[in-house]
Design a binder for this molecule. Structure first.
Ligand code: ADP
Ligand code: UDP
Length: 238
């Protein structure tokens, strides 16, 4: 079956979404070349960024799928376009952390890079206007975002993704410090991975040198983000 891109639906910070002709249960996702940080206060781009991220994400999704974690991809239609299952997205950013960095470093009395005894899972409200606030289980219950049962399922899901992704990034000699995923329910209410897994959404430190290779390179002007992302893809292709 071939799919056709139809009406434009939404433009986000990293992707554009379209309808798929004749398929209300699908979406057409196009990766842009833009790069944003600090809730889009800092913006940039490089040619081919969307392609690199899409390619990296496909590899991450494949490794997860091989271990039973489903994702939304139905068809890869070009280097930067996919047809995906339209999920009932959970308006939470699920963050899992193995080491202390980013907002956790700002909040708690740990050194940056401190290895956590056990991984931490956190939930943030997906709401740019509110600045994606950190939520407790009680906040999630009060807003009726998901049931307690589904929230527990989401935590288990996050830790499972973490265990698989840790091994996946090791194959590219990268240490998975933390990451964010966005999940949704399929028609049978199963939790599935939506959105993307890429150096935009994972903190990745070179195992040998500790060098930062993810979006922090752009956030904090640590060098060429283009070189860094391309290097990650090259390592995964080896
Ligand atoms: P943002 O909206 O945060 O700026 P993007 O530019 O990446 O981010 O836009 C992609 C949008 O599509 C996000 O809002 C994301 O939650 C949503 N999305 C991703 N995958 C799916 C899916 N399978 N079904 C429905 N929505 C999705
Ligand atoms: N993250 C993301 N999108 C967001 C917020 C965070 O992909 O809107 C990722 C971020 O790249 C990091 C992890 O989630 O890998 C944890 O981010 P943190 O809470 O430390 O926030 P930051 O200070 O990076 O915004």
């Amino acid at each position: 079956m071939s799919y056709s891109k139809s009406d434009f639906l939404y433009e986000g910070k990293a992707k554009r979404l379209y309808k798929v002709e004749g398929h209300d249960d699908l979406l057409w996702i196009e990766y842009k070349d833009s790069l944003t940080a600090f809730n889009a206060l800092k913006k940039s781009s490089f040619a081919g960024k969307g392609i690199v991220n899409a390619k990296i994400c496909i590899k991450a999704f494949e490794s997860l799928k091989a271990k039973g974690v489903g994702n939304h991809i139905v068809r890869v239609v070009s280097d930067r376009e996919w047809v995906v299952q339209k999920l009932e997205m959970i308006p939470l950013e699920v963050v899992v952390r193995n080491r202390v960095a980013g907002s956790l470093f700002k909040r708690l009395q740990f050194e940056e890079g401190h290895v956590l005894e056990t991984p931490i899972v956190e939930f943030y409200l997906k709401d740019d206007e509110k600045g994606d606030p950190l939520l407790t289980d009680s906040h999630i219950r009060a807003m009726n975002i998901v049931s307690d049962e589904k929230l527990e399922e989401l935590k288990v899901f996050g830790f499972k993704v973490n265990a698989i992704l840790t091994e996946f990034w090791k194959t590219a000699e990268l240490d998975l410090v933390d990451f964010k995923i966005e999940c949704g329910f399929d028609k049978d209410q199963n939790i599935m991975l939506g959105d993307e897994i890429s150096p935009d959404s994972c903190r990745l430190w070179d195992q040998a040198t500790g060098k930062k290779m993810d979006k922090d390179v752009f956030r904090f002007d640590l060098g060429s983000v283009e070189e860094s992302y391309n290097q990650i893809l090259e390592r995964l292709n080896k």
